[in-house]
Design a protein around this ligand. Structure first.
Ligand code: PLP
Length: 425
């Protein structure tokens, strides 16, 4: 089945899977197996040198995971993808794969866990980090590019305050300097935004969030465009002889997807944060309703954000599609279907009052997750970003009064009524 000409909503149900190759099973089967038959010593020889691509061991590949990888690659216009055990594993593997022995430029407005990893973990593993205070400050990016810079990492819509990145401008600048642009597209999902179509070279997801959409699984993905020239000089790890390939480099063995191919063979293979086939299946099932869920969440979020802007206990609302937003023009360019279901607002009141508000909410669960079918609330500065210093929080745009909402699939009027009653004390 060639799916190349189908629209997004067809691809999200059909891409990357052909029932005829799987006993005519309509659903993608869960291949609950650790290993695959090598058949012959001659075949084993070819597979292990990547002269033939085939399943060997589920740590590095499995047909259920492969269906998920191919499906998300189709949704994003990617040449290849690799699924991993969490969003953090996706980010770590992307960064370790690109950055070894060098530096990466990272936007300050990012997920708290990513920020911590950059500060506390990567430098000790040999990847130095240069923090970019404003993701859209091209002059600042230029000033941070050094001889050993290997990549630029940003979020398309930042967690939790919805800074919208000017992907095309940043990608152009990156490419002029031989650098790939890596985009965490978790908040947008491929339904709202395809970073690759705007010039991104690598896309990472926490599939835990809206991509799977039911708060039932921890999962991540790394995708690549297939267009970046990894032989341009800044990334010798792709052109040198690879230790499993005899005389060949990764680029020679896997010319269409060297980046995710190297993650699979080196990082997934040897560090081992593998997504289980059952969890891959759960993500696939979630993706079947991606458009329907995100569309409704985006519409409800817009209504709730509009309600909040009129409330006396609210000082600001971060949804970029609001007319007054600093990112309104970028949202019009990149987020034509809306800015998703997650955003933050400033609570006008004491810390005690904000705590009361959170505890009084009945439909918004107090959770450190987003993109769930249920609505969620969290006080970001005290939880997901609590470990940042006050200065780092302020650079990340997180003020002490920040309350993040992730809008679920409940009736929007019930949600607004719940917020209203919680504001009253
Ligand atoms: C949640 C999140 C992550 C981390 O993903 P996990 O699946 O929780 O490991 C990374 N980036 C963003 C933007 C996130 O929201």
């Amino acid at each position: 089945m060639s799916t190349a000409d189908y629209q997004f909503d067809t691809l999200k149900i059909r891409a990357g899977y052909n029932p005829a190759e799987h006993g005519n099973s309509i659903q993608v089967p869960i291949y609950q197996t650790a290993a695959f038959d090598l058949i012959s010593t001659e075949r084993a020889h070819r597979i292990l040198r990547m002269e033939e691509l085939a399943y060997v061991y589920t740590r590095v590949g499995n047909p259920t995971n492969a269906a998920l990888e191919a499906r998300v690659a189709a949704l994003d216009g990617a040449s290849g993808a690799v699924s991993v055990a969490s969003g953090m594993a996706a980010i770590s593997y992307a960064l370790l794969n690109v950055g070894e022995g060098g530096r990466v430029i990272v936007a300050a407005q990012i997920y708290g866990g990513t920020y911590d990893a950059y500060k506390k973990i990567y430098p000790r593993l040999g990847v130095q980090v240069d923090i970019l205070e404003d993701v859209n400050d091209l002059e600042a990016i230029k000033a941070l590019i050094k001889d050993d810079t290997r990549a630029i990492f940003i979020e398309s819509i930042s967690n939790p305050i919805n800074v919208v990145a000017d992907i095309e401008a940043i990608a152009n600048l990156a490419h002029k300097n031989g650098l790939p642009l890596i985009v965490d597209n978790t908040f947008a999902t491929p339904y709202l935004l395809n970073p690759i179509k705007h010039g991104a070279d690598v896309v990472v997801y926490s599939a835990t969030k809206a991509l799977s959409g039911h708060g039932s699984v921890i999962a991540g993905l790394v995708l690549e465009s297939g267009k970046f020239n990894w032989a341009g000089g800044r990334h010798p790890q792709f052109t040198e002889k690879h230790y499993t390939l005899g005389d060949r480099s990764i680029i020679e063995a896997l010319p269409d997807f060297p980046f995710v191919g190297r993650i699979r063979t080196n990082l997934l293979g040897l560090l081992g944060a593998t997504l289980s086939p059952f969890d891959a299946y759960l993500v696939l099932q979630g993706i079947e309703t991606l458009s329907e869920r995100v569309k409704k969440q985006t519409e409800s979020a817009q209504k709730i954000a509009e309600f909040l802007t009129t409330h006396p206990k609210v000082s600001w609302v971060s949804l970029p599609t609001l007319p007054g937003s600093k990112y309104n023009a970028l949202a019009k360019k990149y987020l034509t279907k809306g800015a998703g279901g997650t955003f933050s607002f400033g609570f006008k009141g004491t810390e005690e009052e904000v705590n009361q508000f959170i505890e009084k909410l009945e439909l918004f669960a107090y959770h450190a997750n987003v993109g769930d079918a249920r609505s969620l609330v969290i006080n970001s500065a005290q939880t997901t970003h609590h470990e940042l210093t006050e200065e780092e929080q302020s650079k990340a745009g997180i003020k002490p009064e920040t309350v993040r909402l992730s809008i679920g699939l409940e009736d929007v009027n019930d949600l607004i009524a719940d917020l209203k009653q919680a504001f009253e004390n």
